[in-house]
Design a protein around this ligand. Structure first.
Ligand code: MN
Length: 236
């Protein structure tokens, strides 16, 4: 039994290669295993009731995959809900989520909560993750939700392009705090699109922060091999 972690595929009909790569990944890499999807599987998700050709292909592929699949929402697909879980058979999990690997506590996050220097985003984040706000949003007609999502995406792109790179990365203190608060020694997250295996992030030279990459020309995943977690990429 092995465990796989992926995030930030940003699946979008405009990038068919990435969609094909994901469907292929489900078929070939994760048979009978556990797969954790740590957010931003979709570039945009306006509700489980909005079916598109893309959503149907992904739902079918997830439903057919024999792996036990866990899904944690990211900042782009936080409206993935119970209906999606029912149709795909996946298990929805909420961050912070801790699993045990080799008797050690491994903390799973999407990663946006760690970017505390991005004050503008940190101000709207609690609202976006608020169940009442989400419920109200889901009651709006599809056309209105599509418009809201389109505007949010444009604003986000404009914000990202004018915000310093350092601000868009995780804050080291937030990483330490999250590890300590969850009594974890390893953290796996995505969101920043800066894949890397950081060792010794705690002051006593322990603490590992493994960052998944976004899927573009390469796909990224972390998996367990010979009792060690490995960060790896493959061409798409
Ligand atoms: Mn993200």
């Amino acid at each position: 039994m092995s465990v796989f972690f992926i995030s930030d595929l940003h699946l979008d009909a405009a990038r068919p290669n990435c969609v094909t790569a994901f469907l292929q990944y489900l078929k070939t890499r994760t048979q009978g295993e556990e797969l954790y999807i740590l957010g931003d599987l979709f570039e945009v998700w306006i509700g489980d009731d909005h079916e598109t050709e893309l959503s149907q292909r992904v739902v079918n592929a997830l439903a057919e995959c024999p792996a036990h699949i866990y899904f944690m929402a990211g900042n782009r697909d936080f409206l993935v809900g119970a209906e999606f879980a029912r149709k795909t058979g996946i298990t929805l999990i909420e961050e912070p989520y801790v699993i045990r690997i080799n008797n050690e506590r491994v903390l799973l996050l999407h990663g946006d909560s760690l970017c505390t220097k991005d004050e503008a985003y940190m101000r709207v984040r609690p609202m976006l993750r608020d169940p009442v706000f989400q419920k109200q949003l889901l009651m709006k007609p599809t056309a209105e939700r599509l418009e809201i999502a389109g505007n949010a995406r444009q604003e986000s792109q404009a914000h990202t392009s004018k915000t310093e790179l350092e601000i868009m990365d995780v804050t080291p203190e937030a990483v330490i705090e999250a590890l300590i608060a969850n009594s974890a020694t390893t953290l796996i997250h995505g969101h920043t699109h800066r894949p890397f295996d950081h060792l010794s992030v705690l002051s006593n030279s322990t603490g590992r922060r493994m960052v998944l990459g976004d899927w573009d020309e390469f796909g990224w995943h972390i998996y367990l091999e010979d009792s060690d977690l490995v960060l790896d990429s493959f061409p798409i």
